[in-house]
Design a protein around this ligand. Structure first.
Ligand code: SF4
Length: 436
């Protein structure tokens, strides 16, 4: 039996890097210190080598990569989607592959925090690290999110509970406010809960901004919130020592979308006239923040980019995976470490089912089950190492604690690029070497 400390859980954007893993003599894995989601993610992965599949039949890696390269190389309008649960080294190679085949490339951001990226470009993001939140924040504002369920250790590790340099008594030194359309489990932790009418976040944030700026609002209530309550909230936000604002898909994926986020960023900017305030998006997948970053380094845009014309063209609504698949505009797909078959709207799933699709994933997801080519790769943070970006943009090196018997995502990308001759291939461990 062997215990490994400071392993990194790669399941969600918290990227907790204080996990302990006990490796049993029988090869079993027991995780200590992670939440239920993280435990399931690590303990539920079987690192044994698995044969790649082509049309449901097990084949060699060479045959699978030949087939994947043929499908992607022959396509006239290929689509690449996913990338949020793979390492940034692999994301970089994936963009090179998209460039090589003239694909549209989109990440899971397009169905979660894509509007946040758009708002960042239009309004700027006054942000900080989670370490700064832990050490300084005495007021926490959560809007349209449910971290108690979706980011289970956020409260205990980064925001509400931990003792920081200027918050030595932990929870006793902090106030928490939650705004949402309904009471969720996170509301139980809040000192103040603001119930907003469905679809009214933009108006409520606008009224709050006006009050923070000292303006009059001529209404008894806005979006179901009495003006008196909004006034008290504006007062509380403006009088803290250091405020940290968080938000989730209750703001990004409801009516208003990027305009909601623009209001939220602007509220934080307005609050900086009175006190110090920062904002951090609650990102879902382990490396979705890395996907945004790598896409932006490589193409200039965070998601929904077409490389078909030889230069990157940005087009949310045009090159986003759901839209392309619903309109039947893709004739082949590469799905990387994500499961659109389980999560996309029915029309987009039908669009995906109608074209050849290559799926790379450590586990057999719904999308992988009937893929034309399934490529079972290693899982970062278990049997592969790589760089992940935490939700606040801090890079974390994930460590492997098991022997690797499967290729990594970057090795698979390199294998496909090699076959598409002309692709630039950098340092790689040949897949045959991993198999040995
Ligand atoms: S909060 Fe997220 S990163 Fe941390 S242990 Fe849970 S699933 Fe893993």
């Amino acid at each position: 039996m062997k215990e490994i400390n400071n392993a990194v859980c790669t399941f969600c954007g918290c990227l907790c890097d204080d996990i302990a893993v006990v490796l049993g003599d029988d090869g079993g894995v027991r995780v200590k210190g992670a939440c239920t989601n993280g435990k399931g993610h690590i303990e539920g992965y079987d690192a044994a080598p698995v044969s790649p599949m082509v049309r449901g039949e097990p084949v060699s890696w060479d045959q699978a990569l030949d087939e994947a390269a043929a499908i992607l190389g022959d396509a006239e309008s290929p689509l690449i989607y996913g990338l949020s649960s793979t390492a940034s080294e692999a994301q970089r190679r994936c963009v090179a592959l998209a460039d090589r085949i003239g694909a549209a490339i989109d990440t899971t951001s397009s169905v979660c925090h894509g509007p946040t990226g758009i708002a960042m470009q239009n309004f700027g993001e006054p942000t900080c690290s989670l370490g700064e939140v832990l050490n300084r924040a005495d007021l926490l504002l959560f809007w349209g999110c449910n971290p108690a369920v979706a980011h289970t250790r956020h409260f205990t590790r980064y925001s509400l509970m931990p003792r920081g340099r200027f918050t030595p008594r932990g929870r006793k030194d902090r106030r928490m406010i939650l705004a949402d359309v309904r009471r969720t489990p996170s509301a139980n932790a809040a000192d103040r809960f603001l119930q907003v009418e469905q679809g009214s976040d933009y108006e409520v944030l606008g009224a709050l901004r006006a009050l923070v700026q000292g303006k009059r609002v001529r209404a008894d209530s806005v979006g179901g919130v009495p003006l008196e309550e909004l006034g008290a909230l504006a007062e509380e936000l403006g009088s803290c020592r250091y405020g940290a604002a968080f938000f989730g898909m209750g703001l990004t994926m409801t009516s208003g979308r990027d305009l909601n986020i623009g209001q939220y960023f602007s509220l934080v900017r307005d609050l900086n006239a009175h006190t110090r305030f920062s904002v951090v998006a609650l990102r879902g997948h382990g490396n979705v923040a890395g996907a945004d970053a790598v896409m932006t380094w490589q193409t200039g845009y965070p998601f929904a980019v077409s490389l078909a014309g030889g230069v990157p063209t940005y087009g949310p609504g045009e090159f986003t995976a759901v839209d392309m698949l619903s309109r039947r505009e893709a004739d082949a797909a590469l799905v990387v470490a994500s499961d659109p078959g389980a999560h996309f709207p029915a029309g987009a799933v039908r669009g995906l089912e109608g074209i050849p699709r290559v799926v790379m994933d450590p586990v057999v997801s719904l999308t992988a089950q009937d893929a034309t080519v399934y490529l079972p790769t290693a899982q970062y943070g278990v049997d592969a190492e790589g760089t992940y970006y935490r939700m606040d943009g801090v890079p974390i090196r994930t460590r492997a604690f098991r022997e690797r018997l499967r290729p990594t995502d970057e090795e698979v990308f390199d294998g496909v690029l090699e076959r598409l001759h002309g692709g630039r291939v950098e340092s790689t461990t040949p897949i045959e070497e991993v198999q040995r």
